[in-house]
Design a protein around this ligand. Structure first.
Ligand SMILES: Nc1ncnc2c1ncn2[C@@H]1O[C@H](COP(=O)(O)OP(=O)(O)OC[C@H]2O[C@H](OP(=O)(O)O)[C@H](O)[C@@H]2O)[C@@H](O)[C@H]1O
Length: 151
């Protein structure tokens, strides 16, 4: 059984070739939290994420899916775990359902040669879901992932 491996430090120091995983809303905003750092570090990934959201605007197809954006050094995986953000974010149960489905989508897209997955403790900040509840889904799905805890 593969359980998340934990490392302390900045997610962006993950090795070259890794896929960096974080949680996103479907409205095309990386306005705060680690998403804002993604926007600053990988502005081209933000443009791709926003275009993808605009393309699927008002459809229900994004929530529970995963968009992998290829990059030169890191790829970025956007797990669409909530429709909206802030006070309009989805309820915890909806976020957890979408997380399960988005992780399955990520896993299905990460085919040979499989890349290493490195994540923040997604959902546990702005989305307000205790990390242990997201971690339980990772354990259940046996998805090998390295989770970064900030110092
Ligand atoms: N450099 C770093 N390395 C490693 N870990 C780092 C780190 N920086 C922060 N963390 C940790 O990363 C976890 C997630 O915490 P976050 O609050 O960011 O994300 P979340 O997944 O709960 O929520 C997503 C919504 O937040 C955004 O903001 P907007 O909606 O745009 O306003 C999005 O767009 C979504 O919608 C927390 O454990 C932080 O300690």
């Amino acid at each position: 059984m593969s359980s998340p491996k934990y490392v302390v430090g900045d997610l962006f120091t993950a090795p070259e070739g890794a896929i960096l995983v974080h949680a996103c809303n479907t409205l095309g905003s990386w306005g705060s939290g680690i998403a804002l750092t993604f926007r600053e570090q990988y502005p081209e990934a933000f443009v791709a994420y926003q275009a993808h959201c605009n393309q699927h605007k008002l459809s229900e197809s994004l929530v529970g899916s995963c968009l992998i954006i290829r990059g030169d050094y890191h790829d970025v995986a956007c797990l669409f775990t909530s429709r909206a953000y802030g006070r309009r974010k989805d309820r915890k149960e909806q976020i957890l359902d979408a997380t399960r489905s988005a992780l399955l989508d990520l896993n299905a897209q990460n085919v040979e040669p499989r890349k290493e997955l490195h994540a923040c403790r997604f959902n546990s900040g702005k989305f307000g879901v205790p990390w242990e509840e997201t971690e339980n889904i990772l354990l259940d799905l046996h998805i090998p992932i390295t989770a970064n805890t900030p110092e």
